[in-house]
Ligand binder design. Structure first.
Ligand SMILES: Cc1cc2nc3c(=O)[nH]c(=O)nc-3n(C[C@H](O)[C@H](O)[C@H](O)COP(=O)(O)O)c2cc1C
Length: 174
């Protein structure tokens, strides 16, 4: 499949079967994250792979509305950025998230971005503080997002090139 078709095919998948993700597939997804571009090549990210069912269930309360897909996911990759190392850790971690999400789709694994930064739990704590308490990462490590992963119940239709809002593209001036 050519790369543009992979981008068309990439969809957020929020429902998963009970099937496990093969370990070598998960490794490739993580490698895609580690291969990401980053400002000044600082690569300020750290990834926590969570497979433990009880922990995934606990993490589901990280947002005001429980994150059901964390309760179904075979695993999750928690993406953290070290703000003491880079002032563009948000951008760097977003690139890593996007690359892992695309890699997962290309390998037939369903995944979805769960926003962590700037989000809250139902009791008013930040999503970051909540996840930090569960997973024990240090203060300088900031929560960017969580990528849920699982074998898809079904894959949504690919995006059609004809439906792209080409009017968002401006030539030479706005
Ligand atoms: C920055 C960002 C934050 C997102 N946060 C969430 C989220 O918290 N929960 C969720 O279900 N999907 C989240 N998504 C996935 C989007 O809802 C999804 O990409 C969008 O609806 C388009 O659908 P598609 O990915 O299938 O093309 C997020 C995506 C991005 C890029």
């Amino acid at each position: 499949m050519e790369l543009l078709q992979m981008f068309q095919n990439r969809r957020s998948v929020r429902q998963y079967t009970d099937a496990p993700i093969p370990e070598e597939t998960l490794t490739k997804i993580l490698q895609a994250g580690l291969l990401s571009a980053s400002g000044k090549a600082i690569r300020p990210w750290e990834f926590i792979v969570v497979r433990d069912r009880a922990m995934l269930n606990a993490m589901a309360d990280c947002r005001t509305t429980p994150v059901k897909m964390l309760q179904e996911a075979a695993c999750a990759i928690v993406v953290l950025g070290d703000e003491s190392k880079s002032d563009v850790w948000v951008e760097d971690c977003s690139v890593a998230m996007a690359n892992m999400h695309l890699m997962a789709d290309a390998l037939g694994v369903g995944s979805c971005w769960v926003q962590g930064r700037l989000r809250e739990t139902s009791d008013g704590r930040t999503t970051e503080a909540f996840v930090r308490e569960l997973l024990g990462f240090p203060q300088e490590m900031r929560l960017q997002a969580i990528l849920t992963l699982g074998m898809p119940v079904k894959h949504p239709e690919p995006h059609a090139l004809e439906e792209l809002p080409m009017e968002k593209i401006h030539q030479e001036r706005f």
